[in-house]
Design a protein. Sequence first.
Length: 125
Amino acid sequence: MKLGLGSGMLFGALVGGAYGLMKTPRKGTENREAMKSYLDDTTVLVQDVTDKVKDLKSAISELTNEGKSLATDFSKEMNETVQEFSYEAEPRLRRIQEQANKLNEDVQDVTEQFSSSADQKSSAS
């Protein structure tokens, strides 16, 4: 059987109180009053701990939900920023690619001219 924190504390308080009553030299009425006071105090403390645990669970749940919300918002904003950057950078990237292609063509043309010039010089010799 699984007992909660509050049940375990209450059980421990009852056992401790009963043991204390058996070992005390006081009269029965004094013992009953002391026991009632002890049980009342213990019940209040157990209820306070139980309330604090519930508050903690609630705070953790709220924090988790806020974290999820923030992560979702952040992810959405990052996607929008990346899309905006891609949209703005696309023409620049296209121009860079066109210039790189033209540069490759120019290098090939110069290489071909150099090669044909070298062939003409070697056949003339």
